[in-house]
Design a protein around this ligand. Sequence first.
Ligand SMILES: *[C@@H]1O[C@H](CO)[C@@H](O)[C@H](O)[C@H]1NC(C)=O
Ligand SMILES: *[C@@H]1O[C@H](CO)[C@@H](O)[C@H](O)[C@H]1NC(C)=O
Ligand SMILES: *[C@@H]1O[C@H](CO)[C@@H](O)[C@H](O)[C@H]1NC(C)=O
Ligand SMILES: *[C@@H]1O[C@H](CO)[C@@H](O)[C@H](O)[C@H]1NC(C)=O
Ligand SMILES: *[C@@H]1O[C@H](CO)[C@@H](O)[C@H](O)[C@H]1NC(C)=O
Length: 410
Amino acid sequence: MFLALNLVALFAVAASSAANDTFNLTPFKIDLSSKIPRLKELVRNTRLPAKALYADASPDKGIEVDFLRELQTEWVETFDWDAQQAELNQFEQYTAIIEGQTVHFVHEKSDDTDAMPLILLHGWPGSFQEFAPVIKPLTQSWTSATGKKISYNVVVPSLPGFVFSSTLPQNSTVDDTARIYNTLMTEVLGYSTFAVHGTDWGSSVGYSLYSSFNATVRAAQFVSLPFWPPSAQDIAGNNITLSAEEEVTEQRFTERSATGNGYFIEQTDKPNDIGLALYDSPVGQLAWIGGSFKQWSDPRAGTPPSVLNNTAILTSVSLYYLTESFLSSVWIYAQNPNGFPTVYTKADTDAPMLFSQYEYNVALWPEEYVAKVGNLVSYKGRDFGGHFAGLGNPPALIEYIREMGLYLKA
Ligand SMILES: *[C@@H]1O[C@H](CO)[C@@H](O)[C@H](O)[C@H]1NC(C)=O
Ligand SMILES: *[C@@H]1O[C@H](CO)[C@@H](O)[C@H](O)[C@H]1NC(C)=O
Ligand SMILES: *[C@@H]1O[C@H](CO)[C@@H](O)[C@H](O)[C@H]1NC(C)=O
Ligand SMILES: *[C@@H]1O[C@H](CO)[C@@H](O)[C@H](O)[C@H]1NC(C)=O
Ligand SMILES: *[C@@H]1O[C@H](CO)[C@@H](O)[C@H](O)[C@H]1NC(C)=O
């Protein structure tokens, strides 16, 4: 395989000019600074209640007004969009036209000629920004305990309808996105095989790639699965014993199932209601999204190794607001009403699959369940981190993705 990749590298120049003709591959830089004055004006002029209606209401009832006000104040007074934009623009970005749709993506190449191509797939309410802390480290050469050298050419697309990628037709699903990304990796970028990491909706797209493109996807690493997580009763009924950390996660899932799925039902049933209500309301989007960033994360979020602090949340919401993609982002739920089947089926592939379960994720997929859906070669638990793995514990995600390299055949 490494020989094949070297040949791909030799032909890269020829391939990219062909790709430019066919797919209109074009360098891209984020340039949204001119929209910041209006954003700040709207944020500044948005009224919030002076105090919480019920001071002792649980965060389960939604974002707390004091936290929302703290974020609102930071957005106006200290948040520096230009600095965040410059940080994201450190990554090589492109757009390509695939099946008539604009696909925005980061493409950061390793200096190693035998680096493995890798696609990182984000979810909602995230964006390619979720992976900012892990992109450059993954391009760097790392040597395993067994002496294997591992590095990646990292591709991070924006999901259709998210930030700079255009929306797909209404009846499209994650399977269409997977097909488009397989074209991106193989035809636009000229990689014959690649590895996949996915989280949230990105794991739905990633799992579709893993199961439908078994000739090109040769390893996958997930932190969530596109199968409905088992209830505590299902787990007990299958005689599965959970560790103390897994008990914490399962408890979170039980609570979330009872009180945390309102957003999911809303976005599945009435995406236009919430999408249009908040279309031109940055503080509204912040209230809808900001609470999820906090609730779905480790309570220690924002302290090392987590970089998921207020700045990261404001950058994420700014990206949605400034690109006017909040409406189209919530449609992914409506477009995939069967996105989380309860029956676990096995992908027809011999490609290795790895899974890592963060203690503060919103759901638990026990090893016995994960093993039903793919060729599971590694299952790891982590006691620091939540739903946003790339921001919530970047060193752990880097470690897991590098581990995937150990299973790629030389
Ligand atoms: C592709 O062609 C366009 C138009 O000629 C040019 O602006 C762009 O830089 C090219 N992209 C690459 C990656 O060569
Ligand atoms: C989706 O709609 C388009 C026309 O808008 C049609 O060509 C296509 O077959 C439809 N796809 C599915 C899966 O129904
Ligand atoms: C679980 O264990 C009980 C008692 O040993 C047994 O009767 C039952 O069949 C087991 N269930 C499964 C799903 O293996
Ligand atoms: C958030 O974290 C980033 C990176 O670790 C840091 O540069 C920034 O100052 C932090 N922001 C706040 C509000 O603490
Ligand atoms: C890929 O999938 C096809 C069709 O499902 C199957 O026949 C084939 O054995 C699979 N190949 C690998 C390498 O898993």
